[in-house]
Design a protein. Sequence first.
Length: 275
Amino acid sequence: MKRREAERLAFSRWLPEEGEQVFTMCVDGSDVRQLTFGTEGAVSKQPAWSPDATRICFASRQDGYSSLYLMDADGSSQARLTTREHVDDEDPAWSPDGAQVIFSRSNGTTSGDLWVIDLATRAERPLTQQSLVDYAPSWSPDGKLIAFRRSAGRTTGVYVVPADGGEARFLWSGRSPAWHPDGGRIVYSDEGCIWVVAVNSTGRPRGEPARVTGGSSVADDCPCWSPDGTRLAFERELIAGDVASAHILTVRDDGQDCRDLGEGHTPDWSARASE
């Protein structure tokens, strides 16, 4: 009989001798496991769980440019996914069916677009081509829409675009959007706080956003939902004088029961997986 693996958080943590590397831990902060290793010049970051929690896609800079890699949930079977030279591929996010990964691709200047790669064929296609800066994509649970951050052009903030291509529409100011598992809400960060807003089937807001976290001495970013949609994990930059450090925290979606799990960046919350 297969045992059910508990939910885990994937995240990155900076190490003095290795630079940024990918870790996982239990959602209470215990059982921390390092999955990638390297030198400071070969950093790995931005882990994203597959929908079945058996694999992790992450960005790794090993030859001067950042490419996407895949590995099993225990860190084994690491393999390069994107192979285009002289571009930076980052910010991976899985499609709900686990067949595709969307990511940001930049050319090292001031522009970047969203691309989608099919995992079976390795075929790539551009989703946005505006010569702007598009990143931090999140797939809607029904697979029809992509929410993302656009940080160049006349209006910066959270946008939504059809997953099969089309015109991107501005939604509101903010960054790092992530869809609720039921598709009815989006969490995002803005002005150092985490916010949640109800949305309709096209991603447009229904009512005013509610602030979940934030304060004058912290900056919160990169939120993600727990699989049951009741809690959030996010990155908090703690500022004390001239010293800043990033920690992973979890909190209920009403802002209560906030827990500090230790140092880290860009958390992603897994579903349960079978072993």
